[in-house]
Design a protein around this ligand. Sequence first.
Ligand SMILES: [Fe+2]
Length: 293
Amino acid sequence: MDNASTLSRRVFLKGTLAAAAVVGAGCAIDGVFGEPNWIECPEVPVAVPSLLKAFVGYRILHVTDIHMGTPGSEDRLHRLVEICNRTGCDLIAFTGDFVSFKKSIGGLSEALSQIKRPPNGMVAVLGNHDHWTDHNALRKTLERHGIEDLTNRGLPIERAGSALWICGTGDLWEDRVDVSTAVKDAPPDITRILLSHNPDVAETHVFPEHRISLQLSGHTHGGQVKIPFGPAPLVPSAYGQKYRAGLVKAPHTQVFVSKGVGVISPPVRFNCRPEVPILRLVSCGIDRGPGAL
Ligand SMILES: [Fe+2]
């Protein structure tokens, strides 16, 4: 091998290593300072069986995993308030992990006070991190801002003379999950939407007799880091990648899993932007009685 050829190989190798270092640094900077603050607000059509005509096009803003107190969370919360007030949804549904630290409940409260109440109000369940802080103080804060705590209970939402049932459960890891109690007062033919922080509830606690049309969950954060065209290495679910993110078919219902607003440590997102989705209810064409599409 001559000297010129050895030299060109060295130059090529150095160039490749330098490029890899630049790409790696770029990804690290994006993962820490860029992507965690780049909130998406996708509108997702969700087909619901036996949806009453009054609820076709009904829009639910799904907010989850704010994790107030983690790096960057104050800026994200500011942006979240702007999204809540701009999108003009019919209902805001929170599915837990509002805070990561007890001391952050005050900041959360201030932000909640700036959200304009949508026509059908705001409902919530708590997540595991909320229980690891001060869930009693958090519940009082939610109550003060008119946010209905749906832990193992439900209530009707009325629109143009029709109604759907919105209900919730306690957190799977830290509280009691009782779907039967949450739907016990629901009329038999009513559309039922369940809030549950942990999507695994759809596998372990939702059965055909509950007739849940849709479950809304968070908890997984989409894995926070997702390999391009590959899996997310860390998804806190007993069912692997199944409930990482998006609309998922469960044994006895369908689950929308949001990637959430915030992060847990390490406070990084890569190929997994935070989101505040708008779920738009559409008919799936199954006629199950008078008034249903
Ligand atoms: Fe979370």
